[in-house]
Design a protein around this ligand. Structure first.
Ligand SMILES: [Zn+2]
Length: 171
């Protein structure tokens, strides 16, 4: 089996609190290289929807969401049927969360073959910086809302298995 591009549970990098990306590093070649590595690690993952920087061994506050998530969310449904590009979120911060929570089955590229049900806020507001250094705010519910919460957890050293119930193995 090929070496896993994605850091697996048990590695301490997944358990530390990642550091914010410094302003001076926005747009730098070093940051571009890290983000490129994240896109590359996510690409072969047929069922992977997102990846956080610690999952490629970099303890910085960055995550990437696969473009097809936005397609599934209903965006980009034009006649060309093109998959939208992945989106990069730097220094993300959940600024608002609905009181209402919903249960969703989750897995993680760093905890392969394990699934479980996690209760998360139905809606969240995420403040972040784009790769180009622009400040943005995005509201999300459904799958994307869950992804935002799962990925921010990664940046705080939390894995979904810490919160999930009905954990089970599945091929
Ligand atoms: Zn994960």
């Amino acid at each position: 089996m090929a070496k896993d591009l994605i850091i697996q549970e048990g590695d301490p990098v997944l358990r530390q609190r990642s550091l914010p990306v410094a302003k001076k590093d926005l747009g730098s070649p070093a940051l571009a290289k890290i983000i490129k590595k994240m896109h590359a690690a996510l690409k072969p993952e047929k069922y992977g929807v997102a990846i956080a920087a610690p999952q490629v061994g970099v303890p910085l506050r960055i995550f990437v969401v696969a473009g097809r998530v936005y397609k599934e969310e209903g965006e980009g449904q034009d006649t060309k049927k093109e998959i939208p590009p992945n989106r990069v979120y730097i220094n993300p911060e959940i600024t608002r969360a609905s009181r209402k929570k919903i249960d969703e089955s989750e897995g993680c590229l760093s905890v392969r073959s394990i699934y479980g049900v996690v209760s998360r806020h139905e809606k969240v507001t995420l403040k972040y910086i784009t790769e180009q250094g622009q400040a943005r705010t995005e509201n999300a519910s459904g799958l994307l809302g869950h992804i935002f919460q799962h990925e921010v957890d990664h940046l705080n050293g939390i894995l979904f298995i810490d919160k999930a119930r009905d954990l089970h193995e599945s091929a």
